[in-house]
Every structure is written in structure tokens, then in C-alpha cells.
Design a binder for this molecule. Structure first.
Ligand SMILES: Cc1cc2nc3c(=O)[nH]c(=O)nc-3n(C[C@H](O)[C@H](O)[C@H](O)COP(=O)(O)O)c2cc1C
Length: 331
């Protein structure tokens, strides 16, 4: 989770008995290496990293993961076969996240050791198949462990996923809504007050299906026609330029790369180039109404911000209760 799964949150999760994944897809190689090394100082428990194999400096990130014997890597779009082979050679577990059956099959062919399948309920970029259906369809076709993600928050969800055939669950939104999460408190409050129906998917934000809280800013984007969208996008691009001190040349370069690479419309390309700044507005700077808040629908039924340790203990105690209840039903 870009700007959310920091060394502090990852270490707190792993120290509590979960398995944290450090978010490196939104930083350059030097910052990524610093974050890995910082996490190693905060926990002696295993953790993983999430990155894009196509991001600038991916070579350096791969080398650092291997050097520090990081336990697992998570990735999604455009996997690189050579990196996967390199990781496997050094015993790093390759655990991509997929949102569709065809991507699950492809990921296994490319050498994944396990899969995280993210159903459409899940936060951030997401697919269109609900978790339960995606899980069942993937389980019929692959022979590696499958972790279910999208819509989980507690131990009864864990019990349900295991009963459904999963080997575990992954949670993004639930761990973002914790004490150790770096998200500013006013933004966390927006997550607490969002209802299930306020958290929807739009393709207009950055050209890919993205599940977000529909605040006034995202509603405006979602209802815009292509011309208004282009106008909003240009305004955001100018703000992004000021914020990041980029040159117009950098903006134009990013714009053409998006237009060429991802088959996006002109306004989506402009928006896509500056979506990081819009997400940071809410997630880093603490202006939830002026920015974008990626979120799983599960935020609509989360009402608290526990410490990671309490959260994991509660999940395990709920899990035990759910199993006892099922045992009772079976007898
Ligand atoms: C704020 C936020 C940012 C995310 N960023 C990423 C990311 O950078 N890379 C990634 O693979 N998944 C990302 N995800 C997806 C999560 O890793 C996870 O698969 C998802 O949150 C699971 O669904 P849930 O939100 O219902 O728990 C993000 C999710 C959220 C809520």
C-alpha cells in the first residue's frame, strides 16, 4: 500500500504475528533501499516487499532483496521472468497479487510460489470478480497455495476463507486503519465514516479500475465528461508540477509514456501521471476531501483503529470462536 505500508507499519504487523509487505512501488531505488534497511532495524520477524518489476531502479531493489534475504516479494502488473528466476534461485518467495483467473494461471506459469487473489471488494486497483468467486475459480485451476484478499477484517473472515479452500488471507484496508498506520488522523476519520456504498470503483481516476472512497473530488471526476475531465486533469497536473517541482518536460514525458503504454485516453493519461500527487494529498498531507483515498469496501464496516498487536490477537480469538461454532454445528 503506497505511502501506507511504511517500515513502522510493516514492522508492527510482523511483530504482531502477521506478515507485512513494505510498499516500494511508489518510491525510487534509494528510498526503497533505505526503507528495507529501516524495516530490518525495527523487526527480526520475516516480512516482504511489494514493487513493480517495471519501475525505475527495479534492478537495485531486486539486488537489495536478495542481499538482505528478504522472505517474499509481491508484484502485480507486467512481471519480469528473469527477476522471478533470480528470486527463486535465492529462495525468495514470489507471491504476486492477481485480480483475474487468467492472470492467476499466467502467474503460476511464470513461477509464482503462491498467489494472492484480490476480489473486486479489495482496495486500490482491483478486478471485477468478487473474492469468493475468484477464489473458487482460481483454486480449480492452480496447484500453488492461494491467499484470499478483498473484504477481510476479522477472524470469522479468516475461518470462512480457509473453509472455502484458501491457504490464508491478506488484508490491506484493515491494517491501514490501525494506530501504527502513518495515514493522517483526519484521513483515517474519513475511512471510519465511509459507508460500504461510498466506496466504489472508477476507471476515470487513473485509467484502471480503482476502488476509492467517493468523496466530492472523486465524485466530480467520476461524473465528468471527457472535456471537463481533461480540464480537471490539467489543473491537477499544474498542482502536481508545483508540488513535485517537476519541469513541464517531465510532465509531457510522463503523459506520452502513459498514452503509449496503457492505451488510455488523453485525460486519463494526464490524470494517471499526476494521480500519485492526488493520493498523497489525502494519504500523506491529510486533506481527505481534496485527495484520493484508495479503499476496500470493508472500510464501510470497520469502526475502530486498533494497535496491530491487539488487532492480530482479536483476529485469532475470533477465529477460534468461529471454529468452535462450526464444530458445534457439525456435532
Ligand atoms: C490504500 C491502499 C493502497 C494500496 N496500494 C497497493 C500497492 O501499491 N500495490 C499492491 O499490490 N496493492 C495495493 N493495494 C491492495 C492491497 O495490497 C490489498 O491487496 C487489498 O487492500 C486487499 O483488499 P482489502 O482492502 O479489502 O483488504 C492497496 C490497497 C489500499 C487500501
Amino acid at each position: 500500500m503506497g505511502w501506507v505500508a511504511t517500515p513502522e507499519l510493516v514492522a508492527a504487523s510482523s511483530n504482531a504475528g502477521a506478515f507485512g509487505f513494505l510498499a516500494l512501488a511508489t518510491c525510487g531505488p534509494e528510498e526503497a533501499i533505505e526503507m528495507i534497511e529501516k524495516t530490518l532495524t525495527l523487526t527480526d520477524q520475516p516480512f516482504g516487499i511489494n514493487f513493480h518489476m517495471f519501475q525505475p531502479g527495479a534492478d537495485q531493489i531486486v539486488a537489495t532483496v536478495i542481499k538482505h534475504r528478504i522472505k517474499a516479494v509481491s508484484y502485480s502488473r507486467s512481471p519480469v521472468a528473469e527477476y522471478i528466476q533470480e528470486f527463486k534461485k535465492h529462495g525468495v518467495i514470489c507471491m504476486p497479487t492477481v485480480g483475474a483467473l487468467k492472470h492467476a494461471i499466467k502467474a503460476e506459469e511464470l513461477g509464482a510460489d503462491a498467489l494472492v487473489i484480490q476480489g473486486s471488494e479489495g482496495g486500490g486497483h482491483t478486478g471485477s470478480t468478487p473474492t469468493t468467486l475468484l477464489l473458487s475459480s482460481v483454486l480449480q485451476k492452480v496447484n500453488i497455495p492461494v491467499i484470499a484478499a478483498g473484504g477481510f477484517r476479522d477472524g470469522s473472515g479468516l475461518a470462512a476463507a480457509l473453509a472455502w479452500g484458501a491457504d490464508g488471507i491478506a488484508m490491506g484496508t484493515r491494517f491501514m486503519m490501525t494506530q501504527e498506520s502513518p495515514v493522517p488522523s483526519q484521513t483515517k476519520e474519513s475511512y471510519i465514516s465511509a459507508g460500504i456504498d461510498d466506496i466504489k470503483i472508477t476507471k476515470k481516476f487513473d485509467g484502471l479500475p480503482h476502488r476509492l472512497i467517493f468523496n466530492d473530488y472523486i465524485k466530480k471526476i467520476d461524473h465528468s465528461n471527457p472535456f471537463t475531465l481533461l480540464w480537471i486533469s490539467i489543473g491537477s497536473a499544474i498542482k502536481y508540477k508545483q508540488l513535485t517541482q517537476s519541469s513541464y518536460k517531465d510532465l509531457i514525458k510522463a503523459f506520452f509514456a502513459m498514452l503509449k503504454g496503457d492505451d488510455l485516453t488523453i485525460s486519463q493519461s494526464v490524470m494517471s501521471a499526476n494521480s500519485p500527487a492526488i493520493i498523497q494529498k489525502a494519504m500523506v498531507e491529510g486533506f481527505p476531501e481534496e485527495g484520493a483515498m484508495p479503499s476496500g469496501q470493508v472500510a464501510g464496516i470497520i469502526t475502530n483503529l486498533p494497535a496491530c498487536e491487539d488487532l492480530v490477537l482479536e483476529i485469532m480469538s475470533d477465529f477460534d470462536q468461529a471454529c468452535s461454532k462450526l464444530e458445534g454445528i457439525r456435532r
